[in-house]
Design a protein around this ligand. Structure first.
Ligand code: NAP
Length: 292
């Protein structure tokens, strides 16, 4: 999918992340095997402090994908009663362990603790989900750093599907440190003209309608409908909302915008698999650097 974004083209391309994720996992598998042969088996540690079932499902899917690519993944479950001090101490001890190359702190966190505060205890060189404020600051400054995997996945998907970014009107709905803000920074880095919307944005439609590239990361079913988009726009739906029948839907009303926009990422099968694959890529990158 290349060239002009706004057009009268009535079809909507499904911007799947499945093939891209498979390609990234294949590349990770090769690197992980080389590292293991060199005596540096890559290792990812995921710290959990919740009994939330959807978190457990997500963490299992990361561990499963890691083991298939030859990355050891340790899930460290501190329990929903863990204190911020205990979580910080675990992150610091993993940071000091030379056999660990990637560290992730999973949300939600107990007792009002924020990931922004606690992730400061993750060594930046092992911060494979870009959660440490140092990583986020370096991203804003245009310096090398691990980028939050979901935001990185948004850009990987746009590049994979050959969506032009330079000079384009990009609108990001959502401003979390995990997705919205870093996605906006990455779009800026690629010379898009970026608008960021949030809960207090007045007249969301007025902002999203002119978008040539629309990234939606809110967590609200049906937030974006036909009135929010222009014909020819490319829409990246980051939202993942569980359905009553155990499925998953995004933030974009797929039925309403299909046939109108030029491209839309599916949920599931869009941003999600690429996010997991990038976490693994970041882990082998960290392991490779540890040998340098
Ligand atoms: P979050 O921390 O809850 O942030 C949501 C953002 O949406 C906030 O910035 C909030 O604005 C904004 N918002 C809320 N209501 C809005 C409205 N009516 N209009 C415009 N903006 C609104 O969530 P998150 O962690 O960024 O995640 C967002 C979604 O992405 C969730 O569905 C999550 O499950 C999904 N996600 C998917 C992946 C993946 O791999 N596919 C990974 C991470 C997250 P304020 O800042 O003003 O409150």
């Amino acid at each position: 999918m290349t060239g002009q974004l706004i057009s009268d083209e009535p079809t909507t391309a499904v911007l799947s992340g499945v093939r891209l994720a498979k390609e990234i996992r294949a590349e990770v598998t090769t690197t992980a095997a080389t590292l293991a042969e060199a005596g540096v088996p890559p290792r990812l540690a995921v710290v959990v402090a919740t009994d939330d079932e959807s978190t457990a499902w997500y963490v299992r899917s990361i561990a499963n994908a890691a083991s298939k690519t030859g990355i050891r993944c340790d899930v460290i479950d501190l329990g929903a009663g863990a204190t911020p001090a205990e979580i910080r101490s675990e992150l610091a001890s993993l940071s000091a362990d030379p056999s660990v190359h990637g560290i992730m702190l999973q949300t939600p966190l107990p007792g009002g603790a924020t990931v922004e505060e606690l992730a400061a205890s993750i060594a930046p060189e092992k911060d494979v989900d870009g959660a440490n404020p140092v990583s986020l600051g370096r991203l804003s400054a245009g310096l090398a750093a691990f980028v939050p995997a979901t935001a990185a996945a948004v850009l990987e998907l746009l590049e994979h599907h050959e969506i032009p970014l330079s000079g384009r009107r990009a609108v990001v709905v959502g401003r979390s440190n995990v997705v919205g803000k870093p996605a906006a920074q990455l779009l800026l880095r690629r010379d898009a003209t970026v608008t960021v919307c949030h809960r207090y944005t007045r007249d969301l439609t007025a902002h999203t309608h002119p978008a040539e590239i629309l990234v939606v990361a809110v967590g609200q079913v049906g937030l974006i409908g036909a009135e929010h988009v222009s014909p020819g726009a490319v829409v990246i739906d980051v939202g993942t909302n569980p359905t009553v029948d155990g499925g998953l839907v995004g933030d974009v009303d797929e039925t309403a915008v299909t046939g109108m926009v030029a491209g839309l990422t599916p949920v599931p099968g869009g941003v999600g698999p690429v996010t997991t694959a990038l976490l693994l890529r970041h882990t082998v990158e960290s392991a490779s650097r540890s040998t340098a």
